[in-house]
Design a protein around this ligand. Structure first.
Ligand code: IDC
Length: 465
């Protein structure tokens, strides 16, 4: 049998820190690749390579070899398998994207530490098509990889549109302060069956939930084990929320270790991806560090000031929520207070600060601190429980209502831990509910779920003028 030779083209778009980019461009007659803008920061950049198959038959594998100058290296890659030798980096398919159909393409991404530009690029042994061209800035518009749904009339996103921090409040598209009330997932690595269409329908139409927090653990079998897979799962849940007019809070769920710097490169990679992909969506809020612990506020601030620019490069108008010291207790659980934040806020606009509580553990002194902090800082309760901080135990109804009354009065948005059927007191759904597949009504709810549904489903009365 005669062996067919196939031409494969690779395209590299690499935006680098000091306003130049390397571009191996496709010839005009093979313009099939969709580019994603890469991101850059002072110590590195994110790049993408599109491998295109412009022939009339499928190819079954591909290999891209990239050379970088000394002092610059690839530190992470996704949607490909990376090996390296010296300054040569070889990318071969991930488990799922080796085959490229006729007239199709696939792409992969990577993070580079250092600002040197690629000096060579081979695809299946041939020079990548194109030239090295200096450009003044990342020049290609972001193209979202999935279509953006139009706002659904009468839903929280349909009414409020793009959110913005105004003073100490979260404001809607009319510049009016609003409060979002909703639920958090449990770890999406553990409870995928709890976030089905039926589950999201129940949250949107039976609970009247404004907000859906997507908790993507980084450790504990989370993101670090499969960055591309978890990124896709988060994006899918963003879409599920969007289709129902709910806001999606993307939670980069660091917990152990508590130093966010441990996950800095992962955070840059993840947020570069989700912010590029979701830039045109109005329903996305970014929560960059669930619960920092055992680290100073200045470390958290340093982390935030490195991650926020990555998001802003793609999605300039999105609200970003920053974790606080002592498991997002505004410092209180580690002997501090919100004063350290007020004295030294994150150097970025349109940001809010996280506060978390568990009603059976955190009482009046925490409530007093929230009330005090709320006079100066925009706060967002991205997670709280009706039980103890272990996530288990009995529901503290009086404590939970005291907290929720305070949050309502101060118009502080919140998400409750958890919309899941975990066998623990904080879970809203009875064990076995998710496998059963029906989620609406009170029959499937635990005591915590009943309390939360009754608090969340009351009318919002979002102001429109
Ligand atoms: C808990 C879960 C529990 C899990 C544990 C460790 O409820 O099933 O075993 O995490 O992953 C937080 C954290 C949140 C905790 C929750 C309850 O953000 O991940 O979930 N909690 O302990 N901060 C305070 C309490």
């Amino acid at each position: 049998m005669k062996r067919r030779t196939t031409t494969i083209l690779a395209t590299v778009l690499a935006a680098v820190a000091v306003s130049t980019a390397v571009l191996f461009s496709l010839p005009a007659n093979a313009e099939t690749a969709a580019f994603r803008v890469a991101n850059s920061w002072s110590t590195g950049y994110q790049a993408e390579i599109t491998v295109s198959n412009p022939s009339s038959s499928a190819i079954s594998t591909w290999k891209v070899v990239l050379t970088l100058p000394a002092g610059t290296s690839v530190t992470q890659a996704w949607s490909s398998t990376l090996t390296s030798s010296g300054n040569t980096y070889t990318f071969t398919p991930a488990a799922w994207n080796g085959t490229i159909a006729a007239n199709s393409s696939t792409n992969f991404g990577f993070i580079v530490t250092g600002t040197g530009q690629p000096t060579g690029c081979l695809v299946n042994g041939q020079t990548c098509t194109g030239t090295t061209t200096p450009t003044s800035s990342p020049s290609t518009p972001v193209s979202p990889s999935a279509s953006v749904s139009p706002p659904v009339n009468g839903t929280p996103v349909g009414i409020n549109g793009q959110l913005k921090v105004c003073g100490t409040k979260l404001c809607n598209q009319y510049g009016k302060p609003i409060q979002l009330r909703g639920m958090s997932t449990h770890g999406i690595q553990w409870f995928p069956g709890c976030y089905t269409d039926a589950a999201l329908d129940a949250l949107a139409t039976d609970w009247n939930s404004d907000l859906f927090r997507v908790s993507m653990y980084v450790q504990e079998q989370g993101y670090e084990t499969d960055p591309a897979g978890f990124t896709t799962r988060v994006n899918n849940l963003v879409d599920e929320a969007e289709q129902r007019g709910m806001y999606a809070l993307i939670d980069f769920h660091i917990l152990t270790p508590g130093d966010p710097m441990y996950n800095l490169d992962r955070a840059k990679t993840f947020f570069a991806q989700v912010s590029a992909r979701n830039a045109a969506r109005k329903n996305v809020i970014y929560e960059i560090a669930n619960e920092p612990n055992g680290v100073s506020w200045s470390t958290i601030k340093n982390y935030a000031e490195q991650v926020i620019p990555v998001i802003r490069a793609n999605d300039p108008d999105a609200v970003v929520v920053v974790g606080t010291r002592g498991w997002s207790s505004l410092g209180v659980s580690e002997g501090g207070s919100s004063s350290e934040i007020i004295a030294n806020p994150v150097n970025a606009s349109n940001v809010m600060y996280t506060f978390h509580f568990y009603a059976a553990s955190h009482k009046d002194n925490y409530r007093a601190e929230v009330e005090r902090a709320a006079a100066s800082l925009p706060l967002f309760v991205t997670e709280f429980g009706t039980v103890t901080y272990t996530g288990d135990g009995a529901v503290d109804t009086a404590g939970s209502n005291a907290w929720l009354d305070l949050l309502d009065r101060l118009q502080i948005s919140y998400a409750n831990w958890t919309f899941s059927d975990a066998g623990e007191g904080s879970a809203a759904l009875k064990p076995g509910t998710c496998a059963g597949g029906s989620f609406a009504g009170t029959g499937v709810l635990t005591e915590s779920g009943q309390l939360m549904r009754s608090r969340i489903r009351t009318a919002d009365n979002f102001p429109t003028s």
